[in-house]
Write a protein that binds this ligand. Structure first.
Ligand SMILES: [Zn+2]
Length: 58
């Protein structure tokens, strides 16, 4: 059975860890990660953090 409880990065059942949920642009759904470690790794691999900071006066 596969629903929204599998980590988007490593595929583990997030409920066995300390899950973090992220709502990504346009999807309207929350993407689960085991914890901030998996979220951070996913962000780094995909380059999602590039150019996304809400800098003041930029
Ligand atoms: Zn994970």
């Amino acid at each position: 059975m596969s629903d929204a409880s599998d980590c988007a990065y490593c595929g583990c059942d997030v409920t066995a860890h300390d899950p973090v949920y992220v709502r990504e642009d346009g999807s309207g759904t929350e993407t689960p990660y085991c914890n901030y470690g998996c979220l951070s790794a996913h962000i780094e691999e995909e380059g999602l953090a590039l150019g996304t900071t809400c800098s003041i006066g930029g």
